[in-house]
Ligand binder design. Structure first.
Ligand SMILES: NC(=O)c1ccc[n+]([C@@H]2O[C@H](COP(=O)([O-])OP(=O)(O)OC[C@H]3O[C@@H](n4cnc5c(N)ncnc54)[C@H](OP(=O)(O)O)[C@@H]3O)[C@@H](O)[C@H]2O)c1
Length: 281
């Protein structure tokens, strides 16, 4: 089995890659060679003899996502896990908002391009998209007229990037549902890993949010726990053929209506296609 894990250089992604490395060749995708090598060394220590491939790609850049999709050896499993929380005005050299690019446009482009390549082989690959808490995200519906959340403003400005991040995680669910509807053979499921400590996600948090993150991290379980449902979706025989679900603690759950509405999901699909320069079909 060949599994690809994005954002495998820390936190939950590294834990997912470690678990998968016990039974598969794992391609670790990360944006920095040094961090990729360091993660590989930690995984090899945990899983002696692990068969790892290192792929450097900055997922904030569509150009790099395209190249990655072209050169990857065809996978049986793809876990789309990389994400960031950045300021809304943080832009990439391609002019995209970094938050939207890494968290939504990258998985959208990568999984669509891989599905195209895999489709020709009658693949039954599994795509797993790491989303976030569907209950909390019920409060931050995606504004389809404002995908960059530029109109989103809170009294406490430190909260704005976090809420905008939440919207991109709702996009993960919407994209997962729409991709599952469009694919035959390949299955697509999304997962909330839980509130997990010991990861780098909150590194840019400020003010009250930073304090809250630090408090939560004191009692939150670690990345291995956060990896469990994603690894289960990627490998368990009981998940064979199941597609279009959203899972928490290995249980299928409902997500907010604004994430399941077919018209909204289709519109997000089309708008995203335009942003990354790919066919709308
Ligand atoms: N932790 C939680 O409580 C929690 C809760 C709900 C959902 N999640 C989700 O779980 C997933 C993993 O988060 P985490 O908590 O494990 O955070 P993390 O430790 O910060 O991991 C994020 C990973 O994404 C990578 N990444 C970021 N930008 C990238 C880019 N431009 N190109 C390539 N890779 C990039 C990071 O690479 P670097 O090492 O280079 O930074 C890192 O490996 C995310 O999808 C997050 O939304 C986490």
């Amino acid at each position: 089995m060949h599994a690809v894990v994005t954002g495998a250089t820390s936190g939950i992604g590294e834990a997912i890659a470690t678990a998968l490395a016990r039974s598969a060749t794992v391609t670790l995708v990360g944006r920095d060679d040094g961090r990729l090598r360091a993660a590989a060394a930690r995984i090899e220590k945990a899983v002696p003899g692990a068969d790892l491939v290192l792929e450097r790609a900055d997922l904030a850049l569509c150009k790099e996502v395209r190249h990655l999709a072209e050169r990857l050896e065809l996978p049986d499993v793809v876990v789309s896990n990389a994400a960031v929380i950045t300021d809304l005005d943080d832009r990439t050299d391609e002019g995209q908002q970094r938050l939207l690019a890494v968290n939504h446009l990258a998985p959208y482009l990568l999984l669509r391009l891989l599905a195209e390549r895999l489709g020709e082989s009658g693949s039954t690959a599994r795509f797993v998209i790491v989303g976030a808490d569907p209950v909390a995200l019920g409060w931050v519906p995606v504004d389809l007229d404002d995908l960059e959340s530029q109109r989103l403003r809170f009294e406490d400005p430190d909260l704005t990037p976090f809420a905008a991040y939440g919207r991109t995680k709702n996009m993960n669910a919407m994209f997962g549902y729409e991709l599952a509807r469009r694919l035959k053979g390949i299955t697509v499921n999304a997962v909330h890993p839980g509130i997990i400590g010991g990861t780098g996600l909150g590194r840019n948090a400020r003010g009250a949010l930073k304090k809250l993150g630090e408090e939560l991290a004191k009692t939150a379980p670690g990345p291995e726990v956060g990896a469990d449902t994603a690894v289960w979706l990627a490998t368990a025989s009981e998940v064979d053929g199941r597609t279009g679900g959203f899972y928490v603690n290995r249980h299928k759950v409902e997500t907010a209506e604004h994430t399941t509405d077919r018209q909204r999901c289709e519109r997000l699909w089309r708008e995203s296609a335009q942003l990354v320069g790919i066919s709308e079909r």
